[in-house]
Design a protein around this ligand. Sequence first.
Ligand SMILES: [Cu+2]
Length: 335
Amino acid sequence: MRALQAAILSAAFMWTSAQAAPLQYLTGSGDKAAPVVSLTWGLLVISIVVVAIIGLLLAAAIWRRPGEVWTPGGKTALKPHEGGLDWLWIGVGVSTVVLLFSVVWTVKVLADIQAPIQKPAATIEVTGRQWWWQVRYLTDNSARPFATANEIHIPVGIPVRLRLVGGDVIHSFWVPQLAGKMDAIPGQTNETWIEAATPGIYRGQCTEYCGVQHTHMSFLVVAQSPEDFRKWWDEQLTPAASPTGRAQLGQADFQKHCGNCHSVRGTQANGSFGPDLSHLMQRTTIAAGQLPNNAQSLTSWISNPQRMKPGTLMPVLPLSKVELADIHIYLSTLD
Ligand SMILES: [Cu+2]
């Protein structure tokens, strides 16, 4: 019964997050996605036309029944058919031209999106982990780098450089509407870039099977105006406010039970096995896009992550009701 309830809940959540940011590649945004989307449509139309022509020729051949193979009285011998070889040459000729055209177009698109025209505005290191995404904003200014998880903010209209790494096994980073799928491999840094032309939320997904919760390893790319992006970055750097009352008790419990795996900057919690929670309340989802970030799903998650995302590397912790409530109050202050 409980399993059924969890299944229905997670299906409902997935539905709502899919509604908010659909996962599809037939439209796109930005200098990188535009040529890729045209290529996708182009190759799709070519393929449909080829299949239609082959289907029609096949149907015509069956209808015409050259040589009349079967009669009510029995079989009649096939008459030799003149000119059959010509069709072969025509077929090979047409296919060669169409395939060559497709290859040239594909190679041209690949070359065009290899590097952005403009200098990237930021460098973000994205590490795929079972089953979430660690996101680190890198800069030369040693006071400004920070880490977050599962939601990547980018400035609109400016390319952003991505460094992709695999934290444990091979994952693959893909934001269909921004194009540019690339593997995140342990011990190797793969560089790519993304750019969004219009502000909005673009959904991304791990596309390399990486274990039981591979399906629930999504993320969001939030494209905002360059000013908002800068403001967001500044906000991320601010340390957490000192908690008081029950939040203070919650902080102590958090540091004790959760601090080995999670960080909250400026506190004793400095683990890096799980997502950084410094500004948790600014995220719209938790558990790598699987649950909305609200009071109900946050408490359900903390009390039993294994029920919400079976197999997740966050264990069920022995927390009393009061500890759970205090921790939740504390987490609610992390905005
Ligand atoms: Cu993965």
